[in-house]
Design a protein around this ligand. Sequence first.
Ligand SMILES: *[C@@H]1O[C@H](CO)[C@@H](O)[C@H](O)[C@H]1NC(C)=O
Ligand SMILES: *[C@@H]1O[C@H](CO)[C@@H](O)[C@H](O)[C@H]1NC(C)=O
Ligand SMILES: *[C@@H]1O[C@H](CO)[C@@H](O)[C@H](O)[C@H]1NC(C)=O
Ligand SMILES: *[C@@H]1O[C@H](CO)[C@@H](O)[C@H](O)[C@H]1NC(C)=O
Ligand SMILES: *[C@@H]1O[C@H](CO)[C@@H](O)[C@H](O)[C@H]1NC(C)=O
Ligand SMILES: *[C@@H]1O[C@H](CO)[C@@H](O)[C@H](O)[C@H]1NC(C)=O
Length: 444
Amino acid sequence: METSPPSPGPEPYEPITAEKKPGEKCYTMIFFPTALLVLAAGVLIRAYSDPATHASQRLPRAEIPAQAQFIDQKGFNVLPTVPPPSVSNATTFFVPPGYDAEALKEKPFHVYDEEFCDVIGSNPTLTLIANAGPHPLFHEATTWYPPTDEMFFVQNAGAPAAGTGLNKSSIVLKIALSEAAAVSSRRNATGSVNVQTVDSSPMVINPNGGTNYKGQILFAGEGQGADVPPELIVMNPVEPYNTTVLLNNCFGRQFNSLNDVSINPRNKDIYFTDTLYGYLQDFRPAPGLQNQVYRLNDVTGAVTVVADGFSLPNGVTFSPNGSHAYVADTGANRGFWGWNQSYPATLYRYGVQEDGTFENRKVFAFIDSGVPDGVHCDSKGNVYAGCGDGVQVWNPSGKLIGKIYLGEVSANFNFAGKGRMVICAEENLYYVTLAASGGGYIEA
Ligand SMILES: *[C@@H]1O[C@H](CO)[C@@H](O)[C@H](O)[C@H]1NC(C)=O
Ligand SMILES: *[C@@H]1O[C@H](CO)[C@@H](O)[C@H](O)[C@H]1NC(C)=O
Ligand SMILES: *[C@@H]1O[C@H](CO)[C@@H](O)[C@H](O)[C@H]1NC(C)=O
Ligand SMILES: *[C@@H]1O[C@H](CO)[C@@H](O)[C@H](O)[C@H]1NC(C)=O
Ligand SMILES: *[C@@H]1O[C@H](CO)[C@@H](O)[C@H](O)[C@H]1NC(C)=O
Ligand SMILES: *[C@@H]1O[C@H](CO)[C@@H](O)[C@H](O)[C@H]1NC(C)=O
């Protein structure tokens, strides 16, 4: 999928200098609301009469970046036929009339709302930097380590069908971001970026989520079998990659399978999700606790529960100043029970009180493709989640503003400071340049 190279991506730490002025959008249709209404009506009629042509009827897209395209939601409000759930569902890819499955991947930055233009800037790029073949390696715990400018990520036991198996359950990997940045002008740069295995010691067992923690990396380990309990484990991100277990029980009881972990930027406490995937993927016993979100105060050692009432809680993160928490519920993906779409594929948002407790759960977003897994905010408070078709992006009000569309599942991804992102997509690993910065990035 090599395309003619646009201009090279940014150097590490350099902000992308968008050519457009602040407030100027990457397409012009919003400035013509009357024209938009007329056009939308026209699009609707054309979508009915001639679906193949309506996409070309949109207003001028001269300002849309080379790798981006506008997705006209109004254009598919009414479809000529709407297939049943056995045909069109959470695990299928919706291709609106007038679009094309390959073209959706060819221009992967999908603009659902003009706000996304500020997120992607004038020249976003997506580069395939590694392919693991039939044995998925690129799963979760995508964590940037600024001192060496490396991105860490992991594979875990996963579903047996993924071909991963328990023998590959503890793989921690990393890449040098300079190598990825060097090939960001290409669409396919497999083979150019060295994916290194990190030999953690003692070995991190079944890591899934991960985050920066006091200059080191904190993993949520899912456990293995009945005798290796799920753990929070800290790893030194430089040789000898020594590890220390921070927590391995809840008052003497095993957690089910820890999934994701995040530090609240305000109180610095550790918040983590415990869920059922170890059991649902055949490598942990039946649960001894309900699925919930916990909080660890690493000064006093106090472990408390801040939220329950989930089907299968998964990713967790905080808004940039820590005043809100986002928790993904991937209940619709039920492991060996298969998919059941009457369960959540939902991001919930909580208020985080001064005392660190959660309040006022609300539905933040329901995901149109797969389930929301890893979740992270940018510095403006926009929310990103790894979903069934790539990384989806919402503004702080929960409006879908865009997608980094892969046409395949991403369980996790993360920013590497300013304007850079790495996306794990099981067999494929991607590098992204865009205008947005990670939520935890401190301006120099
Ligand atoms: C990427 O390039 C490699 C090496 O040329 C090739 O084998 C692979 O099929 C390409 N992948 C895609 C998705 O185009
Ligand atoms: C979803 O749709 C696909 C393809 O049409 C089908 O194979 C699958 O069985 C459907 N899933 C469910 C749960 O109905
Ligand atoms: C795991 O590795 C061991 C030792 O190399 C081997 O005997 C076993 O068959 C492997 N199991 C799987 C599921 O690959
Ligand atoms: C790794 O070892 C160093 C040196 O003993 C120690 O200072 C550090 O805390 C250790 N880190 C972890 C995560 O175990
Ligand atoms: C945190 O950010 C939110 C959204 O920008 C804002 O409404 C709130 O006042 C901020 N809270 C604090 C404690 O700074
Ligand atoms: C999905 O879950 C609902 C509620 O538990 C249940 O009634 C239904 O039978 C399930 N559907 C499938 C296909 O398993």
